[in-house]
Design a protein around this ligand. Sequence first.
Ligand code: BGC
Length: 804
Amino acid sequence: MSAWSGWSTEYEGYDAGHERLRETLCTVGNGYFATRGSAPESVADAVHYPGTYVAGLYNAATDVVDGHVVANESMVNLPDWLATGLRWDDGPWFDAGAVELTHYRQQLDLRLGVLVRDLGFRDAAGHSTRVVQRRFAHMEFEHVGALQTTVLAQDWSGTLTLRSVLDGETANAGVARYRELSGKHLRVERAEVLGEGTALVETETVQSRVRIAQAIRTRALRDGAELPCTYRAVAEGACVGHELLLPLEAGRPVTVEKTATLFTGRDPAIVAPAEAATDWLARLDGFDVLLGRHARTWRQLWERCRVDLGGDDEAASVLRLHLFHLLQTVSPNTIGLDAGVPARGLHGEAYRGHVFWDELFVLPALTTRLPHVARSLLEYRYRRLHAARWAARDAGLRGAMFPWQSGADGTETSQRLHLNPDSGHWLSDATHLQRHVGLAVAYNIWQYYQATGDREFAVRHGSEMFLEIARFFGSLAEYDHALDRYRLRGVVGPDEFHTRYPDAAEPGIDDNAYTNVMAVWVLERARTLLRLLPAARREELTEALGLGVEEVDRWGHITQRMFVPFHDDGMISQFAGYEQLHELDWAGLRARHPDIRRLDRILEAEGDDVNRYKASKQADVLMLFYLLSASELRGLLGRLGYAWDPAAIPQVVDYYLARTSHGSTLSAVVHASVLARAHREDALEYFVEALRSDVADVQGGTTAEGVHLAAMAGSLDVLQRCFAGVETRGDVLYLNPYWPVELGRLEFSMTYREHALSVEIADHRVRVSAGPGGHAPIRVRCRGASAVLPPGGQVAFPTHAAPP
Ligand code: BGC
């Protein structure tokens, strides 16, 4: 049983079938590393999957599949620092699945950032024992993790053996679909018992050659004082540590603290990982002191990330859980690490820890809370601008072509073959043709500047990336004389179900409306940017990039003549030729299959091909409404010569919604958002669906392989951008709430232009309060009314009921 309430997630009872899902959702992390919520006594098997991952740490392994060489770069699963076995006298090692449990509870305390496991059991001799374990990944000392185990013999006395080890023999084996491919990424370089209670394991990634050092310290306490005990060294190959033999007396709890440090050769400010790991270990305080500092850091983070829904405790709790996992993946500790936004968090191995376009959904939540973290994620892209330039050049194009999937160095890491688990077939995969990832990077740069006013970033790295992305789309655009329009051909849009025309030899579709329109948006903004840049920087940049007047004029021409496909009846087409595709028998399919989200796999297993149908995995055309306001979109299309009326939005939404299987958790986020203004009831339904993405594991088993970070962060964005109507444009903070009064009060904190703001929407009013400080006042607007908000001040506006 699971429950979400207030600041905690709770699981009651042991449930082997859901253990991997719980492990993901009970992950503790700090933006540097994260460790899945696996039982400390468990090893990777059919039920459990311990995993520890460091942000940005990848290794590539090579395999031969169907005669093709396949290289797979993966976020590496590191040795399990939690590994702790328990046994009593001569009994068997404790296994929660093999004893008579009297109670079993797991609680993730979101406020403190602590996972608590509390269990009781009776053994064969009839003895009752209680075990309480608490763990955290330290939010202030990002290289530190700790596990505290308290054992209480309730009605017996004897000896407890606690085996505390670091096991260097790990592999990536968390995703069944990848198991045929190599998962061995580490070589053990050193595994050593260092002293009484301390041990060290050093490993190295086999291809990327990153050195990793992990050290553990284990000590026992009773009544707050160190408890003398026998330490028996364990040195079994790469598995090192100690067995502690502890006298247990009935009714007197014994506590064992295991503290772990973790460093890699990618870390700044160290000489070598092993020295850093042991030096830190020697200086660390005990569990409770560490916990105090950890909790303080979380409290400070929560002050910037507060969210309250007066009327719905469960929804508020799940939203906090989403924020919690977001902050465990990317936090102030990520700054300076050179890590991006892994689609599945640091919580599991799905998508191999790769970075996609998902930051489009993740950055809004960060930009308006922890802008320095958002900036570091944009800098991650900047450092890979060269790789993107080379990719463009290799494709015969100019500018920067950011990869659809990437890991360490920004080269394309998308798989070219993927396994359909429904049919067992390895299929060619053309999703790497999603060129729109660069549009997401550019959009985020623009939004970041709007929300922060960070000119230094915008003028230097931001504008360079932006211009190079614009340049890429400018060079990708081919002029079609017959149409007298520019076209973007051979791409894939956000809907990954359409990667080619039915029966076409080559992959790719033409003129994906989302890509074409957003390319126009980027080109137009790039021209504005060139005008706004300080003259010296503009000259510097245009000279360095070799960007001439002719090229920029061509961009201008593309913003007037890009082709956007429409059906005969005026509906925006997802891509050229979409209208000719068959309608799918949705009802028939639903009758045959309980879950049709991945209908691409279903159809392939039936010998059919999803490319033949008007059927999308996720929002594609509708992404335009997610990113652009109606008037902005009308303006862009109008300039292109298309008389498009925003009154058509509800029809477009209905049309594509009826043809979407929601095979990606991103789908609910986008649909909630676009429906927020038109069909409020439906918007709430999709918002709730976005909230359920991981806690209810809506994609059927995928959360066990990692959280869906974009859906988590996106649910917050829906609340903020759509229901509260927060927009940052020009030098104004806009609020345009559509928050249903019956849902009670909505309150959250956010940062805008260095102001710490608190936004409260209740009783037909929106109130914005600014924290004290010495910043320049900001302008706030709500539905035509405008006010200036100074530091320490407050402004309020009436809200109106949302349109029917
Ligand atoms: C979605 C992509 C997304 C990726 C990683 C896929 O299922 O179709 O849009 O980027 O998952 O989250």
